[in-house]
Design a protein around this ligand. Sequence first.
Ligand code: GLN
Length: 491
Amino acid sequence: MSDVLELSAARAAELVRARELSPGELVSTYRERAERDDLGAFLWLPDEPPAGDDGAATPSDAPLGGVPVAVKDIFCVEGTPTTAASRILAGYLPPYTATAVERLASAGAPMLGKTNMDEFAMGSSNENSAYGSVRNPWDRERVPGGSSGGSAAAVAAGLAPWSIGTDTGGSIRQPAALCGLVGLKPTYGAVSRYGMIAFASSFDQCGPIARDVTDAALLFGALVAGGRDPCDATSIDLPEAVELPTAERLDGMRVGVVPELSEAAAIEPGVKDVFGAALGRIEELGGAVEEVSLPHSEHGLSAYYVLAPAEASANLARYDGVRFGLRAEEGDLLSLYERTRAEGFGPEVKRRIMLGTYALSSGYYEAYYGRAQRVRTKIAEDFAAAFERVDVVVTPTSPSAAFRLGERTDDPLAMYMADYCTVPMSLAGLPAISIPAGLSDGLPIGFQITGRAFSESRILAAAYALERAIDFDLAPARRAPGFARAEVAAR
Ligand code: GLN
């Protein structure tokens, strides 16, 4: 069993295809561990473990080999509780399945369970879930990051081989960084958003969270494999097929370092050290490191925290107590709406709805929404100018390592700072990957590589070469003491 746990998902799929590992054993290993989840990573597991033979192909021949995937609870799955970690969706059973989940199942990755998250994906620590926080397996007193915190904690602790999350302003990359994992936010439009509960529709993207770059590439390839999804008007065909990375060198690659995002005062010294060491590795691998400026990127957070709440306030208007989930007992229609929303939404979601509604109100629309849109354009132009000179742009993923549970819950602005390095790419719709680059005080630090739109194969290739040079060890997260105790108790 522990041998199975040591396998990457790609390797496990390979062994299944070679008939050297039974998909049943693989599924039951992870199922048993997920059942003993003591991190709060899972919100729902099926009564029966997935058979491992969902989908079109038999698992033994399917590209993903029957390796089960943990799914953030923001993805609708037909007949399966789907809450987006909100009380307002308690009891909601979607009548259809998200394209992402369907594509993975037919490629041979059945759903292992649904993972915890910040309510409606609003947060950076997973502490905004209506169903409790998630603990970071590296240090159980610390957050796993958010909003895809359950998807990250589950993979890091070895409760799931890999997972999918969503990223609006950093929610795949930042929890991946804080848990020592690889997280890819694809180019906007690359992966279908159909069946993904909307937060800020012009930002939201689905992507993989995995143990290593190869796993992330494999899962991403399956997510985009069917091409454009007619059910999502913003989805498009990837111009090139996703390549599994193999190159071990970075010869000739021009790598841009952004002083605004890597030297800012908000970046902790330990993060700067690990980041600097990774730049050294890039040079050893033959990459040419030079400075590129993204002069407007420091305004990214301000623009994001106007635009994302504005879109959220419109998207969340549909939760009225009539159509989905929770319904407050009340006499007339207006108070039914009011009571349902008052009882159903948590404080951060209410804050965003109020901010967004205010920013869109007629007297202030130009001053806030209009101005934030112009900043968004400037940031996209900054990236375009940078990519005239370099092939990829690199930054730390998060200004800090995993922080303590409760440390930032009373200070929304401190919480929002966690997105400082990830939000500019989201505003520009660009693909970005976070890989673990080392430890600071025993906690993982992420390194972010951003490329031009639809250059996923290129950033995966760069990440792969760097990953090999860094040789990060994820095993300590799987041996986390709390989990070890649970394992002993279960014997
Ligand atoms: N932390 C950011 C927010 O709260 C990003 C969340 C996300 O990417 N879903 O909005």
